[in-house]
Design a protein around this ligand. Structure first.
Ligand SMILES: [Zn+2]
Length: 119
């Protein structure tokens, strides 16, 4: 399964290279879906306002704030050390996985932007 934060174009640039910026965002999503289908992978987009960097991926504790310069933080609740990007990507994928389960249960008509799934 591939998980993305919506509008996280920086991350997409890293993954897909310069070409992404030449495409309209919608076109890019179509290509992504097509690639995912070919590889039998699900593609899930997570709301950009989800506090992925501030949420502990071990216990779910959410920090009140996290300075942009901080690359690593210790969770005050479970004491695990979270690397900023690693923690965020784990959270995004956890939310993505729950979005998929939600989508299977409810259908996605109400929420087309939140999850784009391989049928
Ligand atoms: Zn924790």
């Amino acid at each position: 399964m591939l998980c993305f934060e919506t509008l996280n174009l920086k991350g997409m640039h890293r993954l897909w290279g310069r070409k992404v910026s030449d495409l309209a965002f919608g076109e890019f999503l179509q290509i992504l879906e097509w690639v995912a289908k070919k590889k039998h992978k699900q593609v899930v987009f997570v709301d950009q306002w989800y506090p992925s960097t501030k949420t502990c991926s071990s216990c779910g504790h959410v920090l009140e704030s996290l300075d942009l310069s901080i690359r690593e933080w210790r969770c005050p609740s479970c004491q695990s050390v979270n690397g900023r990007d690693e923690n965020a990507s784990r959270n995004i994928c956890a939310v993505g996985a729950s979005t998929v389960r939600l989508g299977e249960k409810r259908g996605l008509e109400g929420n087309p932007q939140r999850a784009i799934l391989n049928p």
